[in-house]
Design a binder for this molecule. Sequence first.
Ligand code: ADP
Ligand code: MG
Length: 461
Amino acid sequence: MDKNIKKQNVYVSEEEKTLVWENVHESFKKNFGSEIYNSWLQKISLVKEYNDYLILGVPTRFFRDWIVSRYLDKILELVKVFKLSLTRIEFKIIEENKAQEYVKINELNKVTEIKDSILNYNRLNPSLNFESFVKGSSNDIALSYSKKVCEHLSRHNPFYICGGVGLGKTHLLNAIGLELQNDNNVMFISAERFMYHFIKSIKKNDMVNFKDFFRKSSVFIIDDIQFISGKESLQEEFFHTFNSLMEKGSQIIISSDRTPLKLDRIQDRIKSRLAGGLVVDIEIPDLELKKKIIAKKIDEMQDQFKESINLSEEVISYIASESKTNIRELIGILNRVIAFSRVHNKVLSILDCKNILKDVFSQIRVITVDKIQNTVSNYFNIALSEMLSQRRSRPLARPRQIAMYLAKKLTTRSLPEIGRRFANRDHTTVIHAVKTITRLADQDDEMKKNINQIKSLLLEQ
Ligand code: ADP
Ligand code: MG
């Protein structure tokens, strides 16, 4: 309970603050060292700040590619410290003397942005559409029903898409929104943002506007509904919004990382409402889909850069098979490989790729036993103290074993060290856990899926 309250506070205060760019620069200087900072990072300006992404200005294309191929992960990580909701960064090329002007324009915009903030998140990304979504066996059903929902509004209501992180849920919701926005009053919002406005309206004593605003949409799309878990008053409000939208025949579209009935700490009446329409699932992509996505992205980039990008069939297969967790990661890896090949103007060999990816992985994959324990206990919605306790009931023992297994696989800690971190257990207990989970992950699809999802959560952090 305590943890939730804390989470909410962090989020709200974080939302209200806008990024203080000088502080970010300070942190760049400290973390990259003055040499790299002076030659590269100093020139990055803040062009625009959105809820979950930033547009940064850089002076040239070469500059952008260099930064993207070498420093992007670290930059993202450092900015995230100041802006928790950040998920991506985009670069825009701005001649140096114009950079200052952008900042000024941006500040002016902020005034109206605050005034219109309630309208501001209804922002659809024009590139996340149906054309850019590649079909494969893992997302075929979700994709075809998403299109059907657009053709026959209110037939599948609510329409609920679930799947692990980075598998294309937001992309599909966004595509639906784009498709419908011309003829309907489309509202597209993440559950996090819904909460932010909810709390803000309570504070300002302005619930009437809040209710009106959300209830007048004819298509209501809400992303990552699992976020409302454990937040009672938010659930109450969501429930009423949901009912009144359904009553007037609005189409509701929802995404989540799990099926409605598996949502934890969400009222039963909400779960059953969520499950009352059509639920579709997106699975982990297979090799074929990953290759198709790579091919599509290469096409898009060739259009964008107006130059040909040569990746050998071998390299494409290598990237597709190396990226094991999700499509977001796949695209991240691909971008880096391509940026490298453009900067160095060469056709890459597998060995080059291995080197680039080694760098990437060593930068982003700093996974600690602590992180694993926290992520696993959150994932299964159990208290960390219970997961580490001596109790042997299966709902605690399995997550505990999974955490040990991941600690062995993803960190360099020895078995006895891992045992010690799990409330001083013996290393033979860790061996047993690793064996058990290895076997289960092989035999049981559910276990395989859990482990993959936890891995991608760990890589996202
Ligand atoms: P989620 O919301 O499930 O975490 P996203 O929709 O944000 O995942 O997808 C992560 C990234 O992968 C996005 O850049 C998205 O455009 C891309 N992506 C996911 N699935 C596909 C697909 N089938 N075809 C093309 N791009 C995809
Ligand atoms: Mg998403």
